[in-house]
Design a protein around this ligand. Structure first.
Ligand code: HEC
Ligand code: HEC
Ligand code: HEC
Ligand code: HEC
Ligand code: HEC
Length: 547
């Protein structure tokens, strides 16, 4: 209690500032500034205002699955990482640390980070032709707190979708009070009356170029010759069988088709209290539970909800975490053990690893990693193990986790195959700081199915550090194991393989441990208190008969 961090104080001050409209003489300039910004007519609205009609209610015959679950846009969105992009304590810590390292670039760094993590404030600043809020100011703005919210995606115009001018979060959003959705001829009256926004059909809402704007991120280190591609799920997807830009094939899957599940037929709005309106039942209504792999952070948001100002219920956060883990376990990867052979004290086998996602695996934020954990058991005892994780989330026997090379053949326990990217700074040292990355030391993340070295964006998305590994290719990798068995091992052998995954490995948190900022201290404290079991993406087991 006594060590209540400053950011929580700021957040609660923010609530006060929003409630007391007349700014007292004691108000700081940041508060006064923030208040005057809020008074101006905004192009955006908080999600809570849309929840009036686009949320679940037990009485409404709308936005409910046949099983009776909440299928509403607001209900399924509110506990996702996108809804919490501004509350995310790792994001706050990383941004504060980057500013600490380069204080002269504070406005530039925060301006970039807010563009996707607090897009409503960032786009409002652009529309108002003013500088975006600093992080301290943004803490007082409800629109910033609301993260990637309804009126961001639904107001984006398709003019620059898929073009470089849209990347790094540069959506074309105008103050026209038009809300685009997938359905023809929506009933416009109720929404216009309660929000001032008019719904209309805009097919572009379902296009991957919308997602691609924020899911393609370039950063540029001070003095670097060219920008560094930090996140690229959209560019990776374009160079895969899944892309539907150009001709659509049987295999095409847009971001929306994999990430927003079809919930069936239902009404897409309900009555606001005291009013009645008659609207159609719509088909193929997609949920807004847009999930990736970050169940770890979803748990952290739930466990630190008061300090972080999280508004989604515990039940909703638990649902998102469970659904994320289910997606990781069932739709993300496959591992198969093939060609087992045993001869004079040596066990050989191959692992075929498959990427089932629509981009690299892992993709997105560069801290993500997946690896192969392999155990060989004889008579109930492990005679070989590699890739085992300890309680702190370290991969055991890997001394320097940012210096692990790629392996095509594994012969000893320290040779762990880790699918990951490692970036170097201008001095050629591995770095976890976004504003310092200039090139890849390693990018061995599994390629999406259909990736080609002459496909779109191949130069930028090509693997680094897999030279000589000819079976590392679009959608898969094959790793050979040659395990020396202890003398006298003659009985049956059991091979157990797990593909494991972590969103925030310890080495990435180490980069924040020396930081003096309140945000980094708060995050490190939350991280150290968290359970660091990795997620399981795939498992396989095989019995090798006695000799
Ligand atoms: C172009 C949009 C964009 C910009 C600009 C941006 N980010 Fe992000 N950021 C994302 C996306 C998208 C993710 C999530 C990707 C994923 O889950 O793999 C993310 C995730 C993160 C995470 C990981 C969060 C977690 O819980 O694991 C951190 C940390 C982060 N960003 C820091 C920053 C910092 C610092 C800046 C400014 C230098 C910044 N971001 C600028 C889009 C952006
Ligand atoms: C990340 C972008 C994004 C955000 C944030 C978002 N939506 Fe959507 N929304 C979409 C997309 C994409 C579709 C269309 C899906 C399809 O192809 O059918 C959609 C569809 C809809 C629909 C049509 C019915 C349905 O569920 O498919 C409604 C209503 C809707 N959104 C309301 C909202 C509201 C209210 C919020 C905020 C609580 C919100 N959306 C937040 C992207 C978004
Ligand atoms: C007073 C109730 C009400 C409020 C508040 C409201 N809506 Fe709607 N919304 C509706 C109705 C009614 C429809 C039309 C449903 C239909 O015709 O199937 C609709 C339709 C939509 C659609 C689908 C449009 C299409 O053509 O596919 C989207 C997207 C949407 N609303 C987003 C929002 C967003 C974002 C907000 C908050 C800014 C919001 N709504 C606030 C009642 C409301
Ligand atoms: C074929 C289905 C599929 C398609 C198409 C697809 N995804 Fe994914 N995506 C997944 C699965 C499964 C995961 C969870 C595993 C993971 O985290 O990588 C995921 C994870 C993610 C993540 C989190 C990555 C991480 O490891 O932190 C982001 C961000 C993402 N997707 C964005 C996108 C975007 C943007 C598109 C469109 C350009 C897209 N996805 C297309 C299946 C798909
Ligand atoms: C305005 C920018 C923006 C747009 C548009 C956007 N995203 Fe995101 N997305 C983000 C940010 C920021 C995060 C990371 C939040 C964090 O981790 O703090 C994120 C996270 C994600 C994740 C990772 C969740 C997890 O658990 O790891 C997925 C998957 C994702 N987005 C898919 C999509 C899809 C699909 C679309 C298009 C329908 C889309 N996004 C549109 C900014 C955006």
């Amino acid at each position: 209690m006594s060590r209540r961090p400053l950011l929580a104080l700021f957040a609660s001050l923010g609530v006060l500032a929003a409630l007391t409209s007349a700014s007292g003489s004691g108000a700081s300039s940041a508060e006064a500034n923030a208040q005057s910004k809020e008074k101006r007519e905004s192009a955006f609205l908080e999600a809570q205002r849309c929840a009036l009609c686009h949320s679940h209610s037990d009485r409404a015959r709308a936005m409910t699955t046949l099983q009776g679950d909440d299928a509403s846009p607001h209900g399924t969105w509110s506990a996702t990482m996108m809804a919490n992009s501004f509350r995310d304590p790792y994001w706050r810590a990383q941004m504060a640390h980057e500013v600490e390292l380069e204080p002269q670039r504070k406005a530039q760094i925060e301006g970039l980070c807010l563009r996707c993590h607090a897009p409503m404030e960032s786009h409002q600043a652009r529309l108002d032709d003013r500088d975006p809020a600093s992080f301290e100011e943004a803490l007082l703005l409800p629109l910033a707190q609301d993260g990637v919210s309804c009126t961001v995606c639904h107001q984006a115009q398709p003019t620059n979708f898929g073009q470089p001018s849209s990347f790094s979060g540069r959506l074309d959003i105008r103050d026209e009070k038009r809300i685009f959705g997938p359905y023809a001829s929506p009933s416009t009256g109720p929404m216009r009356m309660h929000t001032g926004f008019t719904p209309e059909k805009g097919e572009h809402i379902s296009s991957s170029g919308l997602c691609g704007s924020c899911h393609t991120l370039y950063t540029q280190a001070e003095g670097a010759a060219k920008p560094f591609l930090e996140q690229a799920p959209y560019l990776e997807w374009r160079n895969s069988v899944f892309s539907d830009e150009g001709t659509r094939t049987e295999e095409s899957r847009s971001c929306v088709e994999c990430h927003m599940l079809d919930q069936g037929s239902m009404r897409i709005a309900r009555m606001p209290p005291g009013r009645d309106f008659n609207i159609a039942v719509r088909d193929n209504v997609r949920g807004h539970a847009v999930l990736g792999g970050n169940a770890f952070m979803t748990d952290m948001l739930r466990k630190n909800r008061e300090e972080l100002g999280v508004t989604a219920s515990d039940a909703a956060l638990l649902r998102v975490a469970a659904a994320t883990r289910a997606q990781l376990a069932h739709s993300t990867a496959r591992v198969e053990i093939v060609n087992p052979a045993r001869e004079s004290g040596l066990l050989r086998f191959d692992l075929v690893v498959e990427n089932l996602t629509g981009h690299k695996l892992p993709s997105g934020y560069p801290s993500r990693r997946a690896w192969l954990s392999v155990e060989v058991r004889a008579g109930g005892k492990n005679v070989f193990e590699s890739g085992i994780v300890d309680t702190e989330g370290h991969i055991s026997k890997v001394a320097d986790e940012l210096a692990q090379p790629h392996f095509d053949v594994v012969r000893s326990p320290e040779q762990v195959v880790v699918y990951e990217m490692v970036a170097l700074d201008g001095a050629g040292k591995p770095t976890t700081s976004l504003a310092e990355m200039v090139e890849h030391r390693k990018d061995t993340r599994l390629l999406p199915r259909g990736w080609r070295s002459d496909g779109p964006h191949a130069d930028e998305t090509a693997p680094v550090g897999t030279q000589g590994d000819d079976d590392f290719m679009g959608g898969r990798d094959t790793v050979s194991y040659e395990v020396a068995l202890p003398d006298g091992t003659s009985g049956e052998l059991l091979i157990v393989v797990r593909m494991l995954y972590q969103t925030i490995p310890p080495a990435w948190v180490n980069g924040l441990r020396d930081s003096k900022t309140d945000e980094a201290r708060a995050f490190v404290r939350m991280y150290d208190a968290a359970e660091k079991l990795p997620e399981t993406l795939a498992t396989a087991a095989l019995v090798v008969p006695a000799q």
